[in-house]
Write a protein that binds this ligand. Structure first.
Ligand code: CAA
Length: 259
């Protein structure tokens, strides 16, 4: 039994719905630790053949890391917080079995980063994507600075992360952030059909495709470490306190640019 995940296991396919509707499925530490368990089981167990990740409810895939939890972190804790999320997302990226994101609504911040760590992204027409962390006075901390750049190129990635803009599913497809956009009612059927098609192929060959593609990107490279350090540095800045407080108090932040 998981507190924040709803899991269906049919014909070897785990459909994992992140289920925190009161917070638009935001990723708190408990949810991250539950996802780690599912991933570890999938690495080890033969009857776990692939994972479809989605969000419960009508509105959100995942609206980011849990801002209320995040707002209380010290700089030192923020570094571990980023590394913890990066480790989970790396487990997803390197999973030897297919992991597909069925993005059914907001995929913002850590939600966009979660989708990007998956091997394939299918979006419903109402899905929205973005890395809005600058609105909070921080930067992406779960690998977004690296994976967004890999998927859409440096220029568009910088634009999205510097403006914090949210884009719709069609634009996400146009820039290469998602593979397909489908009507909302067809999302799970389309995603399930693709998963079943992959599962008819040689499982070892599929795992070697994932391994070979990922070998070219190198998690060990300095980018992820720099991201964790720079994410933590932002939490030592007065603008972080202002940005997260403004979100919680439902008002616009007034950034001063002071340390
Ligand atoms: N963390 C915690 N709670 C969140 C949340 C989040 N990321 N996103 C939404 N919620 C909560 C809201 O606080 C609200 O709770 P209350 O009802 O208790 O007030 C509830 O979910 C519904 O949200 P809204 O009222 O804001 O719904 P909306 O329809 O008006 O707006 C939204 C939807 C545009 C997605 C808006 O909720 C939003 O902007 N969310 C934050 C998105 C964001 O900044 N994500 C990045 C987080 S930081 C991060 O992810 C860092 C990293 O890389 C690790």
């Amino acid at each position: 039994m998981m507190e924040n995940l709803t899991i269906d296991h049919t014909d070897g396919i785990l459909t994992v719905s992140i289920t925190r509707p009161e917070a638009l499925n935001a990723l708190n530490l408990k949810t991250l630790s539950e996802l780690i368990v599912i991933l570890q089981q999938t690495y080890e167990q033969a009857d776990h053949r692939g994972i479809i990740l989605t969000g419960a409810g009508e509105k959100a895939f995942v609206a980011g890391a849990d801002i209320k939890e995040l707002s209380a972190l010290t700089q030192e804790q923020a570094y571990s917080f980023a590394q913890n999320g990066q480790r989970l997302f790396k487990l997803i990226e390197d999973c030897p079995k297919p992991v597909i994101a069925a993005v059914n609504g907001y995929a913002l911040g850590g939600g966009c980063e979660l989708a990007m760590a998956c091997h394939i992204r299918i979006a419903s027409e109402n899905a929205k994507f973005g890395q809005p962390e600058v609105n909070l006075g921080i930067i992406p901390g779960y690998g977004g600075t690296q994976r967004l750049t890999q998927l859409v190129g440096r220029g568009k990635a910088l634009e999205l992360m510097m403006t914090g803009d949210t884009i719709d599913a069609q634009e996400a497809k146009a820039i290469g952030l998602v593979n397909h956009v489908v009507p909302k009612a067809d999302l799970m059927t389309f995603t399930g059909d693709m998963m079943r098609r992959i599962l008819t192929k040689g499982p070892f060959a599929v795992s070697q495709v994932i391994k070979s593609v990922n070998a070219g990107f190198g998690f060990a490279q300095a980018g992820y470490e720099a991201e964790a350090q720079n994410f933590a540095a932002c939490t030592g800045n007065a603008d972080f306190v202002e940005g997260t407080s403004a979100f919680i108090e439902k008002r616009q932040p007034q950034f001063k640019g002071e340390r």
